[in-house]
Design a protein around this ligand. Structure first.
Ligand SMILES: C[S@@+](CC[C@H](N)C(=O)[O-])C[C@H]1O[C@@H](n2cnc3c(N)ncnc32)[C@H](O)[C@@H]1O
Length: 398
């Protein structure tokens, strides 16, 4: 077994063992769904006024509620080494980064530094092809940037011409067109933040063409056609876990990074939704969650009752409004919000391991196709939370 497989098996087993703590539908449950399975953790949580995702990990370790939880969390994301040859290049000139936001440019710089030097690259789901420009610039290499939005291709092409770079664009829908021409002869394919199916189809094609080098930073695993996750590797295919879209979303769900105002609005909206849910369960005399469509944030200014009237209209429940006033559920909604925060704080503990599981599935799949694979962070998490990079080199006979 490769060390990636060993790692996968350990994480897989740990996630499976504790799946009650993260694999549930928090809106559907009025009480902690894992109350019975983890009584000590449940009563400890109950005693807390509130638990935020930020302090949950520390608290879980401190109170020693789940020794195996702490051991499952005890892994560190390695950092991928910079390609030695790139260290000899001078820093990219400022004009190359014109029009690119600071953090994005730093991501590109870090990603490129870990990309092998070859003569021909294909940049997958390229946007305006900023990464491709960087790679084309360093060492005057040829890059074909694949992207489906014509306007992005045109903007990218124009800039490449201005800078006299050997970069061209192939405007194609990679989900419909399974034979992207440049993949047939490219030496390295790079994909920075290609979502779900976009990097999945790439991985499938990579092995078909035996592309010598592959560098991928995946993101948004839940953006996929399939309702449940289809493992790529044979190793993950043996897992007892069945990941739903909600689980794939959890893998990339970040702890609040929004500004204070946005956080306040998010909290308000969630509380209103939870309150309406309590009302509808009561008047419909059913213990089932009822999904309410997304809202214009302006609606929140109408307060809890205004929101509930709107939601009742959306769900054709206005004839039940006279049965019970919405106001009676406002207080309970606050408590339910705190409960939900606690549940989510615990499920958040599993987020990094879930993402690692998904990265390992991709890495092991490439190993199974004859690649030698390295995985690790290509930049600090402060630059992007999606900082995993899979770097693979085809080795016949591996
Ligand atoms: C998250 S962005 C990443 C862009 C760029 N790689 C970066 O890091 O800035 C994903 C890109 O994939 C493109 N895309 C989405 N669906 C696509 C498809 N079916 N075929 C080709 N490109 C697609 C989008 O237009 C977008 O530019």
């Amino acid at each position: 077994m490769s060390h990636l497989q060993t790692r996968f098996k350990a994480i897989d087993q740990w996630l499976h063992q504790h799946k009650a703590l993260w694999q549930f539908d928090s809106f559907a449950c009025l009480t902690l769904p894992w109350l019975q399975a983890y009584p000590a953790l449940a009563s400890w949580l109950k005693a807390q006024q509130k638990v935020t995702p930020d302090d949950a990990k520390q608290l879980a370790e401190m109170v020693d509620l789940l020794p195996s939880l702490a051991s499952g969390l005890a892994w560190q994301q390695p950092t991928l080494a910079v390609e030695t040859v790139r260290q000899t290049f001078a820093q990219a000139p400022a004009y190359l980064s014109t029009g690119i936001k600071g953090r994005k440019w730093l991501q590109i710089d870090a990603f490129a530094a870990r990309t092998p030097l070859v003569d021909h690259y294909t940049e997958w789901c390229a946007g305006k092809g900023h990464l491709g420009k960087y790679l084309a610039y360093q060492g005057n290499k040829q890059v074909i940037s694949v992207e489906w939005q014509q306007s992005l291709c045109d903007a990218g092409q124009q800039k490449a011409q201005q800078l006299a770079l050997k970069q061209s664009f192939d405007c194609v829908d990679v989900l419909k067109n399974t034979s992207v021409v440049s993949l047939e002869s490219t030496q390295a394919v790079v994909a920075l933040h290609a979502c779900g199916d976009l990097h999945r189809v790439l991985l499938e094609q990579v092995s078909h063409h035996n592309i010598p080098h592959v560098c991928i930073a995946p993101c948004c695993y839940h953006l996929t056609q399939a309702d449940t996750y289809h493992p790529l590797s044979m190793t993950a295919g043996q897992s007892r876990l069945t990941l739903r879209k909600a689980d794939l979303k959890l893998a990339v769900k970040q702890v609040a990074t929004a500004g204070a105002r946005e956080q306040r609005l998010q909290r308000q909206e969630l509380t209103y939704r939870l309150g309406f849910d309590l009302w509808q369960r009561h008047v419909r005399q059913t213990d089932q969650y009822l999904a309410v469509p997304s809202i214009q944030k302006g609606l929140l200014s109408q307060g809890f009752v205004g929101f509930c009237h709107w939601a009742a209209e959306q769900k054709q429940l206005t004839h039940l409004i006279s049965q019970h006033p919405f106001e009676d559920f406002q207080h309970a909604a606050q408590s339910r919000y705190q409960e939900l925060q606690k549940q989510q704080a615990i499920s958040q503990l599993f987020r990094p391991a879930l993402e690692y599981w998904l990265i390992l599935d991709r890495a092991i799949y490439l190993q199974e196709q004859g690649y030698q694979v390295d995985i690790g962070a290509f930049c600090d998490v402060s630059l992007t939370p999606r900082n995993w990079m899979i770097r693979a080199e085809f080795k016949a006979g591996v």
